[in-house]
Design a protein. Structure first.
Length: 701
């Protein structure tokens, strides 16, 4: 008895029918692809995605080929005139595959006996995020562009969307299609090359879409991203001269630039709009085409060991790793507070809003490791861009930087950028009494071999020394104070001579130093057997000692007495929160505040925050690890509550804030704000969140 034929579902029959209609050569070979609209696993979902994209691309090609064939028919004059009105988003496959050769070298075949190096894979592979990072897990998922296609089981829906995209994307291309400003040299050559229809490009996009994206990259994206390199400030022409030549000779880098420009432009529009619109079908198609073509070109280059780790390949993978789009978590009213000054410096707001592609990030670090590090890169501006990107990556994942700090100006690596104002000296261009700032805004000199000579230069009366904080944390906090004060003055127009590349260098260095601070579990000096609480500050201990005993004691020994490591971790995490709001501001949707507030809660519990309760017997903090650091405690708990908004830890932080404010004895919002300003505070960014906490805890009512 013959085996019983399997009954196919209705959706499978529809998918098979669509495959038969869409793939004529498949019918000749007897190949059918069945797609389940409800995949049961990630592997099946990935396979469905690949099949749908393959069929959609072939369908689009055949549609354009049919249009060209009909154009040669006299009876198709109406169709020809309709297609000639506007250039399609995706160029004709005939011109894509049969045009004359262009000067780009193709990757050679794999040498005999050598296996290809599979460093990169398409983004269909599932991304890997830290298992405990709940707030980043969603943003690292690959955008499912084919969901709308799979719901109806008809692959041809995407093709109809591609045809409708021809009109929508042309209007967007007008933004940069008719620009009068041009850059002499490689950009003019590139635009001339694009305008010649006989030339072959490694992209299915039409010439108008290519022109739009490359103009945006050259005139807007690159000048704002690469502010300088090799100890020099860059102009718009400098970055174009350095990078456009490489794009004209490397197809993978060319399509990667298109992919990066598309994601950057789309995200920038949404950041500047009132409402957050989801990604349109046209925008999805534009990114899918660029992403697929870049991966194809990169895999070609991986076949040649000599091209695997070139500067062009590394830059192309960088574009793929940091330009993934996911607007699913974006909410227009997520952060109603005013935005931080200079938040768009080096496009931090845009790249902070974009998501990360973990597969490409892993490939990027593998390529850099094989290459030998940033010192081996020769392309101007690449090492500086990679260093900044690594700082942003570490900020999002709350980890230490994996790449060294490479500044624009070499002196910035030691904390001394050129023309950086020292607000505590007479070098400030305006009278110091005009500046409403705290007194301890100068960075602390580091203790080296001659630390005893510098002991008098350290302000032992500032709030960090009184709180008995370890020296590395104190130095970072003072640098953050200094940066916040300078940016505040610059935003008011009081420091006109200070240039943006210098500010960017200083900001990146401060953030790098903050991220490099060791968490408490990595500090060997801190053990449970020690007495880290030590409620008496170091400076008070010095005053209580007899005068002769102080003279006999070495000055550095006076400073390096036991630090209060029990409050170290909450203050370090609070500094991370403040940095994401002011120093290194990220868009609200991509701040890792869910994970950060969870870490802060655990650190505060370890610092005995729950023992601080307002009772008649103990109305004030005594014999506690926070006894000598009440202002720091207020600052930590307020910032922690601000970060815990709309998280599971919000109620806990509100209760702890109420207890701390009552025990410390804060009676008004002005008094609370005054305590915040002694540590780190920027009115234009933090006042809204701080005042909301004060009103919620109800202490002043």
């Amino acid at each position: 008895m013959p085996p019983r034929a399997r009954r196919t579902r209705l959706t499978e029959r529809r998918a098979a029918t669509a495959s038969i209609r869409a793939d004529s050569d498949a019918k000749a070979h007897g190949i059918f692809h069945f797609v389940n609209v409800n995949p049961s696993s990630e592997l099946q979902k990935s396979e469905n995605r690949s099949v749908i994209r393959s069929h959609a691309s072939k369908y689009i090609w055949r549609q354009h080929r049919a249009g060209r064939t009909d154009g040669s028919n006299p009876n198709s004059s109406a169709v020809e005139s309709a297609h000639s009105l506007k250039e399609p988003l995706i160029s004709s496959p005939d011109s894509y595959g049969t045009a004359k050769k262009r000067p780009w070298p193709l990757s050679p075949e794999t040498p005999g006996g050598e296996e290809p190096v599979p460093v990169l894979s398409p983004s269909d592979e599932p991304n890997i995020s830290p298992p405990d990072d709940e707030d980043m897990s969603r943003s690292t998922e690959t955008p499912r562009v084919d969901e709308d296609v799979g719901n109806n089981g008809d692959v041809t829906q995407l093709a109809r969307d591609a045809q409708s995209a021809q009109s929508g994307m042309i209007s967007a291309a007008d933004i940069y299609e008719h620009e009068s400003n041009t850059i002499a040299g490689p950009f003019n050559q590139l635009m001339t090359f694009i305008g010649e229809p006989g030339n072959l490009f490694p992209s299915m996009l039409g010439s108008s879409a290519i022109s739009k994206l490359m103009r945006y990259a050259a005139f807007d994206l690159w000048p704002g991203l690469v502010l300088g390199a090799k100890n020099q400030k860059w102009s718009r022409e400098d970055v174009a001269q350095s990078w456009l030549h490489r794009a004209m000779s490397h197809p993978a880098l060319f399509t990667a630039f298109l992919y990066g420009a598309a994601g950057h432009l789309q995200t920038r529009k949404r950041l500047e709009s009132v409402s957050i619109a989801p990604q349109t079908r046209e925008e999805k198609l534009e990114q899918i085409v660029c992403e697929t073509e870049t991966i194809k070109q990169l895999n070609k280059m991986m076949l040649d060991p000599q091209q695997t780790c070139t500067d062009e390949v590394i830059l192309a993978v960088l574009c793929m790793a940091f330009n993934k789009i996911d607007y699913s978590k974006w909410i227009s009213d997520t952060d109603p507070a005013p935005k931080a000054p200079l938040r768009n410096l080096q496009w931090l707001d845009v790249y902070g809003g974009l998501s990360l592609n973990d597969q490409h990030v892993k490939g990027l670090f593998a390529l850099l490791h094989t290459r030998g590090g940033l010192d081996q890169l020769k392309l101007p501006g690449l090492a500086e861009t990679l260093s900044t990107s690594a700082i942003m990556l570490s900020t999002k994942y709350l980890s230490k930087p994996r790449l060294p700090f490479v500044p624009i100006f070499k002196d910035s690596a030691t904390g001394k950028p050129p023309m950086w104002p020292n607000l505590s000296s007479n070098t400030c261009p305006m009278p110091i009494n005009m500046i409403n700032l705290v007194s301890n805004i100068q960075p602390t000199p580091c203790l080296g071999d001659n630390g005893s000579n510098n002991i008098e230069a350290i302000n032992t009366s500032d709030i960090f020394t009184q709180s008995n904080l370890p020296t590395p944390l104190t130095t970072v906090l003072r640098n953050m104070q200094n940066y916040s004060a300078v940016v505040n003055l610059h935003s008011q127009g009081l420091l006109p001579y200070l240039e943006l590349p210098v500010i960017a260098d200083r900001r990146n260095w401060v953030q790098y130093e903050l991220l490099s601070l060791r968490p408490i579990h990595e500090i060997n000096e801190y053990t449970e057997d020690s007495e880290p609480s030590n409620p008496t500050p170091v400076i008070l201990q010095q005053q209580q000692q007899p005068h002769q005993q102080q003279q006999q004691q070495h000055p550095q020994q006076l400073l390096l007495q036991a630090y209060n490591y029990k409050i170290y971790e909450p203050i370090r995490l609070a500094a991370m929160i403040y940095s994401m709001l002011v120093v290194f501001p990220l868009p609200a949707a991509n701040r890792p505040f869910v994970r950060l507030s969870r870490m802060m809660k655990a650190a505060l519990i370890a610092a005995e925050i729950e023992n601080i309760t307002p009772t008649p017997a103990n109305p004030r903090i005594t014999d506690h690890c926070w006894s000598s650091a009440t202002e720091m405690l207020l600052w930590v708990i307020v910032l922690g509550t601000m970060a815990a908004r709309n998280t599971p830890s919000e109620d806990w932080f509100v209760e702890r804030s109420r207890d701390v404010i009552r025990v410390v004895g804060v009676g008004s919002w002005e008094q609370l704000k005054g305590a915040m300003e002694k540590v780190l505070w920027m009115d234009c960014v933090c006042d809204v969140g701080g005042l909301a906490i004060w009103n919620e805890v109800g202490v002043g009512s």
